[in-house]
Write a protein that binds this ligand. Structure first.
Ligand code: ZN
Ligand code: ZN
Length: 342
């Protein structure tokens, strides 16, 4: 089978043996794999301490084609499934520790990620699979990470008592994750303020349901004038400047939800303790989501409330070119590999 690997920072398209599913694993024939910005960061070695060799790809749709011992309890051969769970935490969790029982399996000390779906076939822990109906297109593969990550972040607003009708800024509103967050937050009843750069991107955010859209340069003034500051911000920016802007858009006592991960070289987010005291923000990070979140998101997508905006499709061998295009911000939304065999 064909598969892509990173070898010291460069991508290689290889012929590898078909993997055999282990205990509680299913082998999936991948029919579509989304290209996530995290794959690009991994390919470029942007995150300190993360190895520059290994497999990549963590959002996919496919068909179950073989089961390891015990996997029959979760799926059957022929099921159409979405897999990836945002890469981290979906490959295994113990199910018995404080974190697992408390609904945060990603923090389980035994948790493993899902990585390597840029391949024709892939073995994955069957418990992390979510079955999907035929009505959901293969082009919805990016729901498995981009969509799920946005959904998990919007759900945190509810968990922290942000009521429907509240003003929620989405920084990076037209991006690969932000475009989902605008749709999901709108469907939850929030008044979405989309922040992005350039009129094309702002128009796109508006078409997805944003009530107002601002450029970063005038976002602070305009959100203050129109909304008295935001009740919450969702920061999808891959640059530290987006994080700094997010803090400034909040009203007093607001909720800051970080989602993007700027390169380590950009340094730290700093906050002055006196301003912390005066403005009293709640700062949290939101990463990916759970199997239950994935099921809820699939339901929203089937109901037509959220859709992946896919601007680019290609073959496995196009991955390097897609990374270059993604890096230079050549298109809105996501890219999906629709032929894994070449
Ligand atoms: Zn656990
Ligand atoms: Zn991802």
């Amino acid at each position: 089978m064909k598969a892509v690997r990173r070898e010291n920072g460069s991508l290689q398209l290889l012929d590898l043996p078909t993997p055999e599913p282990g205990v509680e694993e299913a082998r999936i024939r991948i029919t579509a794999a989304g290209v996530c910005h995290s794959d690009l960061h991994l390919a470029r070695g942007d995150w300190r301490g993360v190895p520059t060799s290994g497999v990549i790809g963590h959002e996919a749709i496919g068909i179950v084609e073989a089961l390891g011992p015990g996997a029959e309890r979760y799926v059957k051969v022929g099921d159409r499934v979405i897999l990836g769970l945002g890469g981290t935490g979906g490959g295994y969790w113990c199910g018995a520790c404080d974190y697992c029982l408390g609904g945060q399996p990603r923090h389980c000390s035994q948790s493993k990620g899902i990585m390597g779906v840029f391949a024709e076939e892939f073995c994955v822990w069957a418990k992390s699979l979510v079955t999907i109906p035929e009505s959901l297109s293969d082009l919805e593969a990016p729901l498995a990470c981009g969509g799920l990550t946005a959904y998990g972040a919007v759900k945190k607003l509810v968990d922290h008592g942000i009521r429907p009708g509240s003003a929620v800024a989405v920084i990076g509103a037209a991006g690969g994750l932000g475009h989902y967050a605008v749709q999901i937050a709108s469907s939850f009843g929030y008044r979405v303020v989309g922040v992005d750069i350039g009129s094309d991107r702002l128009d796109f955010a508006k078409s997805l349901g944003a009530e107002a859209t601002y450029e970063p340069a005038d976002a602070i003034e305009r959100t203050k004038a129109e909304y008295g500051g935001c009740h919450a911000v969702l920061v999808f920016a891959a640059r530290l400047s987006g994080f700094e802007l997010g803090l400034k858009l909040l009203r007093k006592g607001g909720l800051f939800v970080a989602v993007g991960i700027p390169p380590s070289s950009e340094g730290n987010l700093s906050i002055n303790p006196f301003e912390f005291f005066i403005n009293d923000p709640t700062l949290i990070y939101s990463a990916v989501g759970t199997v239950q979140d994935m099921r809820e998101l699939v339901d929203l997508a089937v109901a037509g409330k959220v859709r992946s905006h896919v601007s680019r499709t290609g073959n496995l061998s196009d991955l390097g070119a897609i990374f270059d295009e993604l890096e230079s911000g050549q298109y809105l939304g996501r890219a999906v590999i629709t032929d894994l065999s070449r």
